[in-house]
Write a protein that binds this ligand. Structure first.
Ligand code: ATP
Ligand code: MG
Length: 720
């Protein structure tokens, strides 16, 4: 059999990993060393050489996008489709499992998935219904608490408050939330994992079926698995030693969300015969980029330790730009992007990375100004838009009328005169009788205790869903969506909207029909209707931070979302103390290490050119700040860096850059960084200077009153 196409182009260590004999295997290797590539080739090898059926392979990736890519690459290598293979995220795979065993998992057949926003709304409603003050019990925090428990495999019943009133209340809310989800037949993201785990734990017969089926289990980005995910993998593997995991402890960046980098060490303890393969050659980045990233991560004291080298040349130096403020930073980045485009580079080859989502706005504005197409990952995605979620709520109700969050969303959207009092009565009845809002509505209507008007409006809604459900029978998916939109009169409602966005939103609804038309579920779960598959797809995509790009566009994303990706040209913005490392992490050594790993992840996304930017002043949370350059910049060896100086511009404040400090003195008589005294404002430090002669101005950060621009000729400043 000719297998050269599977192993050619691999180095020795990669080949060893790809062709390893069956048994637990851990590929521990740094960024860009080909871990994901090895995983793809390994699967091809298993199918072609070891004779495994695609049906017996389960592969876990970090995002749905990565799963799609992996599948394509395997098919390209094999030259045949791998339909029966399970490849997806933990959430996607858990969902698949629960669909197949909804009954055994204690779920209704039409169960629906709550995305994070749905979950938040439900938590909020429950807090209100429990008559708790949501300033004391912030829904976000409660949501976080619930997910954290679930990630550890804990249900409300497992938790002990130990007499602590805070814990007691949190647990009580958690319990209410669990009951509400159960009544409504909805599961949140963390619940997917927890329930999938419980299913296998409690049903050895089902577990055994999957253990026999999956001869090989492969996991990418293993360093970011949490407790429940790893427990789930271990159940599936049983004693078969068939886990093949790849990871990099230096890229563990989800500790704050429950990921356990310790799973890597535990893995070696749990599977003592594990074959460990280290990949040390980096194929992604040029030498300077790699040296810089290596130097930064070397400052982390707790590492498993890895070497990474490249035989690529040094390449270009890393460019560090000190902008005078965040607007200047954005301008600088977009100017470079413009140049690169003019040199023929594809837009999709460029990425702007940042620590916090709020940073995207200025880059976006600058890109819009220049008419450069761009796309923000992890921003509000199609399936998260309000009008799309409204439409989906109707569809979800036709799939499962007991879906309370969808009921709440659709019942008065568009407004149909169902008043707050009626809704309150429905909720109360649902609680008293432990039933869904739908059921409660039917009960109340039947009981005839409602006013004619309220009853009429509610009946109209119930009938609407009933009719949409009946009408959708036998139609294809896109037609079902059309029926729901039509019955719900969402388009008519949007047409009336006055904020000027109605047309856009109507187009989005049309796009939803397109999405349904293009959606083609070919899973092997015949009992899963196209509609349920589509709704699950929408919810799971909404939970992802990466999605396909539809046109050649500049990629904007948080450093977290950049995981696993690579781009020839990368910009990292906001390399400042307080922002990156984030102020919330700077004091805690463990969290600081995670920030540094995030920096390592960011830098190692770059293939050929890397720009690191920081601003001398930045508006943060509504006030002007004067951050120091990030410590991570100082950790980069000087030899691989080139400082980019700002070009002097008359209309713009002078930008301080190393080496040109003297210019400020020439212009204004003051030096940047110099301490000064003002008769009224007191002591301060000179931050910026611009203009000359009688027009010379300086910006001084006063201890008492903050930053001010002053005209030197009138300010009466004296050196302190
Ligand atoms: P990360 O840690 O960022 O997830 P990784 O270890 O998964 O990175 P890959 O994404 O698999 O690394 O590979 C990085 C780049 O190097 C890819 O472009 C890949 O195609 C290329 N590459 C990997 N191995 C080789 C090789 N043996 N020959 C040529 N190119 C390779
Ligand atoms: Mg990878």
């Amino acid at each position: 059999m000719d297998v050269t196409h599977i192993i050619e182009g691999l180095n020795d260590a990669q080949r060893e990993a790809v062709t390893a004999p069956p048994g637990s295997t851990l590929i521990l290797a740094g960024a860009g060393s080909g871990k994901t590539r090895v995983l793809v080739h390994r699967i091809a090898w298993l199918i072609q050489v070891e004779g495994l059926s695609p049906w017996s392979i389960l592969a876990v990736t970090f995002t749905n996008k990565a799963a799609r890519e992996m599948k394509h690459r395997i098919e390209a290598l094999l030259g045949q489709p791998v339909g029966g293979m399970w490849v997806g995220t933990f959430h996607g795979l858990a969902h698949r499992l629960l669909r197949a065993h909804w009954q055994e998992a204690g779920l209704p057949q039409g169960f629906q998935i709550l995305d994070s926003d749905d979950q938040f709304r439900l938590v909020k409603r429950i807090i209100r219904e429990m008559n708790l003050d949501d300033s004391k019990w912030p829904p976000r925090q409660v949501q976080w608490f619930i997910n954290q428990q679930k990630d550890e495999g804990l249900r409300a019943d497992h938790l002990d408050h130990g007499g602590d009133p805070y814990q007691r209340q949190m647990i009580a809310i958690y319990r209410e939330y669990e009951a509400a989800c159960q009544r409504a037949g909805v599961v949140d993201f963390a619940e997917l994992l927890l329930r999938a785990h419980e299913l296998w734990r409690d049903r050895p017969d089902i577990l055994q079926h999957y253990q026999e089926r999956f001869g090989a289990i492969l996991v990418d980005e293993f360093q970011d698995t949490n407790s429940i995910q790893y427990a789930w993998l271990r159940l599936l593997a049983g004693s078969r030693n068939n886990l093949f995991v790849v990871g990099d402890d230096d890229q563990s960046i989800y500790g704050w969300r429950g990921a356990r980098v310790e799973n890597i060490q535990d893995f070696q303890a749990h599977y003592p015969d594990t074959r460990i393969v280290r990949l040390e050659q980096n194929y992604r980045s040029s030498g300077n980029i790699l040296s810089a990233a290596n130097a930064v991560i070397a400052n982390n004291p707790t590492r498993l330790g890895k070497q990474l080298w490249t035989d690529d040349g040094e390449g270009e130096p890393i460019r560090v730009y000190g902008a005078f403020n965040e607007v200047d930073e954005a301008r600088f980045v977009i100017d470079r992007i413009r140049e690169a485009i003019d040199h023929g580079m594809a837009r999709a080859e460029m990425a702007i990375l940042y620590r916090t989502t709020a940073q995207s706005r200025l880059f976006e504005e600058a890109l819009i100004q220049q008419a450069i197409p761009y796309r923000v990952y992890g921003g509000l995605k199609f399936f998260e838009r309000a009008e799309i979620k409204d439409a989906l709520a109707y569809l979800r109700l036709t799939a499962n009328p007991h879906d309370d969050p969808s009921f709440e969303r659709a019942v008065n959207q568009p407004p149909r005169g169902i008043g707050a009092k009626t809704l309150e009565a429905i909720r109360l009845h649902a609680r008293d009788f432990s039933c869904s809002l739908w059921q409660a509505s039917e009960d109340l209507l039947r009981g005839g205790r409602m006013t004619a008007r309220a009853g009429g409006a509610l009946r109209g809604f119930i009938e609407l869903i009933g009719e949409a459900t009946a009408e959708a029978q036998g139609l294809d998916l896109a037609e079902q969506v059309e029926v729901a939109l039509h019955r719900a009169r969402l388009r008519e409602h949007l047409q009336k909207s006055r904020d000027g966005k109605g047309q856009d939103r109507i187009e989005n609804l049309d796009e939803l029909i397109n999405a349904a038309r293009q959606f083609d579920y070919q899973g092997e779960q015949e009992d899963l209707s196209q509609l349920d598959a589509f709704l699950a797809h929408a919810a799971l995509e909404a939970g992802d931070t990466q999605a396909e790009a539809y046109e050649d566009s500049v990629q904007l994303m948080t450093l977290h979302s950049a995981k696993g990706l690579e781009f020839p040209l990368v910009f990292i913005g906001g390399m400042e103390e307080g922002l990156f490392p984030h102020s919330m992490s700077a004091e805690d050594p463990q969290r600081l290490e995670e920030e540094r790993r995030l920096c390592y992840v960011g830098m190692t996304r770059a293939m050929r050119q890397l720009y690191l930017c920081h601003a001398e002043s930045r508006r943060l949370h509504g006030s002007e700040t004067y951050p120091l350059p990030s410590r991570f910049l100082r950790e980069i060896p000087a030899g691989v860096v080139q400082e980019v100086r700002a070009r002097p511009q008359v209309s713009r404040p002078y930008t301080p850059a190393a080496g040109s400090l003297g210019a400020a003195r020439e212009m204004t008589g003051f030096e940047l960084g110099q301490r000064v005294e003002h008769p009224k404002f007191g002591a301060g430090v000179v931050l910026n200077a611009e203009g000359q002669g009688s027009g010379a101005r300086v910006q001084v950060n006063f201890e008492a009153v903050g930053a001010k621009w002053l005209v030197v000729a009138y300010a009466n400043l004296s050196p302190a």
